[in-house]
Design a protein. Structure first.
Length: 72
């Protein structure tokens, strides 16, 4: 069985939230999200994951998952 790896694309502003599986921002930054996803793809990750929450992070700031997937 092959081992595969995925990358949790950073989509929420969550400074100080520990244990959340994606990198968090101090403030949302769509350009950095795109760069992180492209870096993961060129690094050989097998999958990209995005959060399916609509409200999470500082002031419930999040880049909505379906929109992020469409942009990628």
């Amino acid at each position: 069985m092959a081992v595969t790896f995925g990358y949790g694309v950073p989509v929420l502003a969550s400074p100080g939230i520990h244990g959340y599986p994606t990198p968090g921002y101090v403030a949302l930054d769509p350009t950095t999200t795109l760069r992180a996803a492209l870096r993961a793809e060129t690094s050989g990750y097998d999958a990209l994951w995005v959060a399916d929450h609509l409200m999470l992070g500082r002031d419930d700031a999040i880049l909505e998952g379906w929109t992020v997937i469409s942009a990628l």
